[in-house]
Each structure stands twice: as structure tokens, then as C-alpha cells.
Design a protein around this ligand. Structure first.
Ligand code: CP
Length: 338
């Protein structure tokens, strides 16, 4: 487990290479156990883990809850629609209520950025041992998704023995709605940490020029044999041009619910220019992996023919890989106070 020191997991911006390796080493072990048919291991027996999703989720919520159950933790699930939020209870008081019931870990999603951080600070101020794991906050961060995307790409490029260095100097193309995407921000931290060069492709309203400078702080690199340098970020407005150079592609969901300004003239013009189709992939002569964090908008950012027929479309692998990654995160966080 290396020198794991994160009581809370809020962002990947403070992850060292050693932190990533701790998560991946454990995820590989849990993956082997899951693949061998082991339904549960008693690692977190007696722990109480609570999922508090103030914003909707299919993948992240169920994957975290399944991960907790596979580790034999007791699992509580908060449902906003039947909660005392309707009586005016705040998100902080909701979290403190679950901490007072004895929750060891709160898994928190919120539509506003930094709510998990705010809750973690309150818990620390009260000297409570309860940890917070961010399951996606506003536009800010989705660390478990960033980790599982990184893990999925590394597994694709080094299927036999997981080798994180395999991403060094690979060109990873991220297409679409970067500005509204916490997944993209977590991907940028994670992929560049392993030396991948990122091409962001989309219109200026969804990818402003400032994203070129997104990754400015290098996390500490504690390994004897470190990845040589952080990867670069460039911006392209042409999907046909950028796809040619890609070794892997991450397509982002067009987040219509977060588009408060006029980000697009029309959905159809967006799709005409940026929807990933088999024809566009054919500009690239390699067998490149295609990822999408989900949920997908078929025919808007990605064609059904890619999702259903393209052999290297890894969307379902991402979902499956989320389970061992989240098992590893819950395990590491739960051991910090023990
Ligand atoms: N990728 C992702 O966060 O999906 P959900 O919103 O379904 O959790």
C-alpha cells in the first residue's frame, strides 16, 4: 500500500505516482479475486459505508456500493427525494447525521463543486474519523472515474502485466464538452501524470484556450524509477486532423443540463463536426481504444455503430474496472485511521 496518507479522496491533483500505483496494485489483486469467482472478502467487515448522492448516478453509486459489499462492509444509501432535505436540512448537516450514525466513509456526489471538500473540512474540524470520497462534484473532480479510465487504458496497452509506463508519450484524444466535465479534469491530472500527451478537441465554447495550462502543479514523484515527465496538453478544433494522431480516444458526454450559456449553436452542428463515427475513426490506421465515461448520448457525441460494433470500444470495460478500483479506494481510505 506504499505510504498512503489520504484520509479523504477529493481530487487527483494531489496524487503522487506512488498513490496511483497503490490503487492499481490493490485493484489488480481485487480484480483477480473477482475474476476467480470470489463474491466477497472480509476486508472491511464491521465498517459502515454510506453513499450520499445529492445528484443522480447509475454507474458511480452502484459501483461504489457493490465495491463496499464485496469488501463485506455494511452499506447505507441516502435518497434525496425521501430525505429531510425537503425540510431544509443542509448537505453538511445531512453528512454529519450519517457520521453520527457511525459511518466510516461517506461517498458524496453533489452538483456543486467543492461540497465534498467542505464536508471533509467540517468532519476534520470536529475531529471525526469519518472519511469522504468524492463521487463527482460539479465541474471540479471525479477522481474514481479518472482512476478507472487510466486503469482501463493501461490495461488495454499492457494486457498481461499492468505497466503504467506504457502511457508515456502516447497521444490521448479527449473529444467534446471539456468545460462542463469533471471527468475531463480528472483525466487531465491522471493521464499527464503518466506522461500521456493530451489533445483536447472541440469548439472554443466547450474548450477555451486556457485548458492548455490546466496542469501546472507537479505532484511529488516518489518512485526510484519515475515516469520521466508530465505529458503536454494541446487543443485542436478539427476532429479529422486530431484523430489521425491519436493512440486512444475518450469521448465526453455533451452535458446539456449544465449548459447555462449559449455553448452551442445547435446539437446537429455539434454532431456534424464532433460526433465520433466509424468513418472518422478510419482516418486512424491503428486499432485504437475508445472510452466514454457514460451515460452516453447516442448519435450526438458518439455513434451507435461505435458503441455496439467497434471492437475496441471499452465502455463496458470501464464499468467493470470501476469495481476493483473503487474496492481499492475504499480499502485504502478505511485503513488510514486504523
Ligand atoms: N460516469 C458517471 O459518473 O456515471 P454516473 O453519472 O451514472 O455515475
Amino acid at each position: 500500500m506504499g505510504n498512503w496518507h489520504h484520509k479523504h479522496i477529493l481530487t487527483l491533483s494531489n496524487f503522487s505516482i506512488e498513490d496511483y500505483k497503490s490503487v492499481f496494485d490493490l485493484a489488480e489483486r481485487f480484480n483477480s479475486l473477482n475474476n476467480a469467482g470470489t463474491k466477497k472478502i472480509p476486508a472491511l467487515q464491521g465498517s459502515l459505508i454510506t453513499s450520499i448522492f445529492f445528484e443522480d448516478s447509475t454507474r458511480t453509486k452502484n459501483s461504489f456500493e457493490l465495491a463496499a459489499k464485496k469488501l463485506s462492509a455494511d452499506v447505507q444509501s441516502f435518497s434525496p427525494s425521501s430525505s429531510s432535505l425537503s425540510k431544509g436540512e443542509t448537505h453538511i448537516d445531512t453528512a454529519l447525521t450519517y457520521a453520527a450514525m457511525g459511518s466510516d466513509i461517506l461517498i458524496i456526489r453533489h452538483s456543486s463543486s467543492h461540497i465534498p471538500l467542505e464536508i471533509s473540512k467540517k468532519l476534520d474540524k470536529l475531529n471525526l474519523e469519518t472519511s469522504v470520497v468524492n463521487a463527482g462534484d460539479g465541474l471540479h473532480s471525479h477522481p474514481s472515474q479518472g482512476l478507472l479510465d487510466l486503469y482501463t487504458l493501461i490495461k488495454f496497452f499492457s494486457p498481461k502485466l499492468l505497466n503504467p509506463k506504457v502511457l508515456n508519450s502516447k497521444n490521448i484524444l479527449i473529444i467534446g464538452d471539456v468545460i462542463h466535465s469533471r471527468v475531463a479534469r480528472s483525466n487531465l491530472w491522471a493521464l499527464t501524470a503518466f506522461g500521456a500527451n493530451i489533445i483536447l478537441c472541440g469548439p472554443p465554447t466547450l474548450i477555451p484556450e486556457e485548458f492548455q495550462d490546466f496542469v501546472r502543479i507537479l505532484p511529488p514523484n516518489q518512485l526510484d524509477d519515475p515516469i520521466p515527465s508530465r505529458g503536454s496538453i494541446t487543443i485542436s478544433r478539427s476532429l479529422n486532423d486530431s484523430i489521425e494522431q491519436a493512440d486512444g480516444v475518450i469521448v465526453l458526454r455533451l452535458q446539456k443540463e449544465r449548459m447555462i450559456e449559449n455553448s452551442l449553436s445547435s446539437l446537429s452542428s455539434y454532431s456534424d463536426n464532433y460526433c465520433l463515427t466509424p468513418e472518422r475513426i478510419s482516418y486512424n490506421k491503428k486499432e485504437i481504444p475508445i472510452l466514454h465515461p457514460g451515460p452516453i448520448n447516442r448519435g450526438i457525441e458518439i455513434s451507435s455503430r461505435i458503441v455496439d460494433e467497434y471492437p475496441n470500444c471499452l465502455i463496458q470495460n470501464q464499468v467493470s474496472n470501476g469495481i476493483p478500483i473503487r474496492m481499492a479506494l475504499l480499502y485504502l481510505v478505511s485503513k488510514i485511521n486504523k
